[in-house]
Design a protein around this ligand. Structure first.
Ligand code: SF4
Ligand code: SF4
Length: 698
């Protein structure tokens, strides 16, 4: 081999790589700071699970390509040691890493066998990927010459490794004779290559020349490949594992709290500099695999939002703005910082406002992404800029804000009407100071929306049947501010959160029952930012718990008469808070129902279109999200129709609207889990009489 050539190759490639990486990393120092080094154990666990375990790649929806990717990933890990050995051999032909010489150690033999297996698997995988890209062309894949070139590089690495090793086997001779040719047991694949050399009648000198050429070509591909990575989407080969380590830790459903008092603080994302360093790292890590958009409600219904495209646009933008960002990072005084910041174009030139407003914050993209890229906070920060600074936001959002501001609910109905739904139910108020176990946080929909008031009453009936003591805040309750926060109005959200926390803490509340997953997420995950720490449960959870404790025994749901029922998972229940089994357990407790699952269910459920405050906005572009979901529910229920069950006031409305819009009023009903359970309770005594007097659900 040639030490001089090896050293020269390493020096040139290393210098160019360092130059590129400095240019890529320098902008990170200009970005918003964010701590992502806390709770190292949880981070390491995530790294093992999602990084080394490749968990997200092996999900059932895209398992085929996931397995192929895993082959390539593990081949790279195994080959890393081999690559070090090969560069060492460039300096000294007999070089071997300690313990990895197959001629002298068992570890070396086993390593060699494993490496050979993965080389073959990775070669097969890269050829299969090329076939997909060039022949089958699945929708979610971005077709680019870069992707093809990378696959050619990977296949080239595997082929040159086999050609070189095959020549080594030929030169050294195998230690067993099998099937008529020499076999080196520590190099089974290379033995086949060696046999092929001989089968072709190549002279030893020719074999050695092929081996030598393959050796140098392999090293050259490694160096060119490594230098090429930061220039395209395969940068993720370098950034993905750190990205997984620096992931957002639970609670995932909590958005960051803005410090609205801080001097000079940014209130959202005006330009690329307002992204955090992790958000830039996120976009560097995007593999452009498209998993994020397969069930993105906005993407599949034709809205102008593709998480993959947003990442791509931001990455190219950040790279284009690297000189200004680097100048910003280096600026010492405020004037220089201001001058550097002024060179940056508005973020809306890259991510248009309609893209930021299209997101329902359903979270599909985040749970699908194999490298754990975070999308929702980034889009909400863009909304924050438009609401808090630019004052350019949809009129419908302004109406919802005004309602919350003036009446404590987005409908803007008089706050003095908050308890009208339960005037005849004599529910204790927390203000009365009596003993109670659960504070029933009714929520704006449960108190003001006529349809959801029936759900509130059904919950009361269930609680009384199970002899659960509870109270409500009554007129002290006000909107949690979930929609305000997700529509970008952090200021209004913080006012709402503070008012609620003050009331809840003032009454010494410890346990809260909610009927809305948005209330659940906000009270459980975001109120702690304001000093409110409570045990918060959704009514489906409490029902399931009461049934399992034997305190609640629903019988057959008489009104439903053995109907087919499918549960639509609210995103803020299943995806953001992991509550999947409880509603199903509650439904299963009701006799006589034929429970069915939609193809997109549980954490992989499909949004109804209402999240992220979208309930309050017009849906003018593309097709309607709720109709897409209703079609799926109707197909699941079958020709006779049945019931779509849910556990969220906004899902209930969206699904009901979708049923009407698609002309299915006669065959499909939309009910809350609580209504189905309450309807299956025995009617007896005063409670029964009161329940019977209540309007029927649906
Ligand atoms: S954001 Fe994640 S899921 Fe979407 S294309 Fe990028 S890597 Fe794939
Ligand atoms: S959060 Fe939901 S709506 Fe928003 S981009 Fe992700 S998948 Fe699409």
């Amino acid at each position: 081999m040639s030490p001089a050539l090896t050293a020269a190759m390493l020096a040139v490639a290393g210098a160019f790589f360092a130059f590129t990486m400095l240019r890529r990393m320098a902008p990170l120092f200009a970005m918003r700071r964010e701590v992502r080094t806390d709770r190292p154990r949880e981070r390491l666990a995530a790294l093992l699970r999602y990084g080394l375990g490749q968990q997200r790649l092996l999900d059932p929806e895209a398992r085929g390509s996931g397995i192929l990717h895993a082959f390539v990933f593990f081949a790279f890990l195994v080959l890393a040691l081999r690559t070090i050995t090969l560069f060492g051999m460039g300096f000294s032909e007999s070089f071997h890493l300690p313990l990895l010489d197959p001629r002298t150690s068992w570890a070396g033999i086993w390593y060699s066998i494993v490496k050979e297996v993965f080389v073959v698997l990775a070669l097969a995988a890269s050829l299969a990927f090329l076939w997909r890209r060039l022949v089958t062309k699945p929708d979610r894949i971005t077709r680019s010459w870069e992707g093809n070139l990378i696959l050619v590089f990977i296949a080239g690495l595997m082929v040159t490794d086999l050609l070189f090793e095959g020549a080594q086997v030929s030169a050294e001779g195998g230690d067993l004779l099998a099937f008529g040719f020499d076999v080196d047991l520590s190099a089974p694949a290379s033995s086949v290559v060696s046999a092929a050399y001989r089968g072709l009648g190549l002279a030893p000198g020719t074999i050695a020349a092929i081996g030598l050429a393959a050796f140098w070509l392999h090293l050259a591909i490694v160096l060119v490949f490594g230098n090429f990575l930061p220039y395209g989407k395969h940068f993720h080969i370098i950034t993905a594992l750190p990205n997984v380590y620096f992931r957002r830790l639970p609670p995932a459903g909590a958005l960051r709290k803005l410090d609205l008092e801080a001097e000079g603080a940014s209130f959202g994302t005006a330009t690329v500099k307002d992204l955090s360093w992790k958000e830039l790292w996120d976009v560097y890590s995007c593999t452009e695999c498209g998993r994020c958009q397969t069930h993105c409600p906005t993407y599949v219904t034709g809205k102008p939002l593709s998480h993959k495209e947003v990442n791509r646009a931001l990455k190219h933008h950040a790279i284009a703005q690297a000189p200004a960002l680097t100048a910003l990072a280096r600026a010492k005084d405020p004037a220089a910082r201001e001058a550097a910041a002024a060179r940056l174009p508005p973020i809306t030139t890259v991510v248009p406002p309609e893209t930021a407003w299209a997101c329902t914050t359903c979270g599909w993209c985040e749970t699908a992404c194999p490298v754990l890229i975070e999308n929702v906070p980034r889009l909400v920060d863009m909304r924050r800029q438009q609401v808090l600074v630019d004052s350019t936001f949809p009129d419908e959002a302004a109406r919802a804000f005004k309602g919350i501001e003036t009446q404590g609910n987005p409908w803007g109905i008089g706050s003095n009407k908050r308890t009208e739904w339960c005037e005849d139910l004599a529910i204790p108020r927390a203000t009365e100071g009596g003993e109670y176990e659960w504070l029933f946080f009714v929520g704006c929909a449960g108190a003001f929306d006529d349809r959801q008031k029936k759900v509130s009453r059904a919950i009361v009936r269930i609680l009384r049947e199970a002899k659960v003591s509870f109270a409500i805040l009554g007129e002290e309750e006000t909107c949690t501010g979930d929609a305000a926060r997700r529509l970008g109005n952090e200021y209004l959200f913080q006012l709402q959160a503070q008012a609620n926390v003050e009331a809840l803490n003032g009454h010494g509340v410890k346990k809260i029952l909610v009927q809305c997953p948005h209330c659940l997420n906000t009270i459980k995950n975001e109120f702690p930012q304001f000093g409110g720490n409570y045990e918060v449960v959704h009514h489906a959870e409490l029902i399931a718990r009461l049934v399992s404790e034997g305190r609640l025994a629903p019988a057959a749901a008489s009104a439903l008469g053995g109907a087919a029922v499918t549960f639509h998972d609210p995103c803020y229940l299943a995806r953001w808070n992991g509550i999947v089994d409880a509603p199903r357990a509650a439904l299963a407790a009701v006799g006589g129902l034929s429970l069915r699952e939609m193809p997109r269910s549980g954490r992989q459920g499909f949004c109804c279109g209402a999240g992220g405050g979208r309930f309050w906005l017009e849906e003018k572009l593309g097709t309607r999200v709720n109709q897409n979901r209703v079609e799926e529910a109707a197909a699941t229920l079958g020709e006779k129709g049945g019931v779509v069950a849910t556990g969220c006031p906004f899902c209930l409305t969206m699904m009901k609207d979708g049923v009407n819009e698609t002309g299915r009023e006669e065959s499909v009903r939309v009910l809350d889990v609580a209504e189905i359970v309450a309807d299956a309770l025995p009617v007896s005594g005063a409670e029964g009489a009161r329940a019977a007097a209540s309007p029927r659900p649906g």
